[in-house]
Design a protein around this ligand. Sequence first.
Ligand SMILES: [Zn+2]
Length: 113
Amino acid sequence: MARFRCPTCLGVYIDPQPEGSLYFHVCPPLSLAELVAMPAAAVLALYPSLPPLFTPEQLAAAVGAASVTRAGARNENIVPGYKPPFRDPGDTTPVPPAPAIQDQPPRILLGNV
Ligand SMILES: [Zn+2]
């Protein structure tokens, strides 16, 4: 098992999981706290209906239940419909990884656990 940090959301995770299953990281949407901490110009680009000098309460009302995908969000889930190439049963070369929906920027290896 190895411990990784996502350079986009700074989430830390273990892959594979302790019970052996693979972990496919997906960045969570921006939280209201993260939106409040962003520069006003960046928030106004996401919510152009806000007044130029908006309050946190107005921002919360604009966000509502809608989620905002963060820039550079990772999604390590396998591309839907991907079919691995045929391999001979005796082929011992390493199996290439399945393509991820979005695996850039690369995750950061923190160490083995
Ligand atoms: Zn992430």
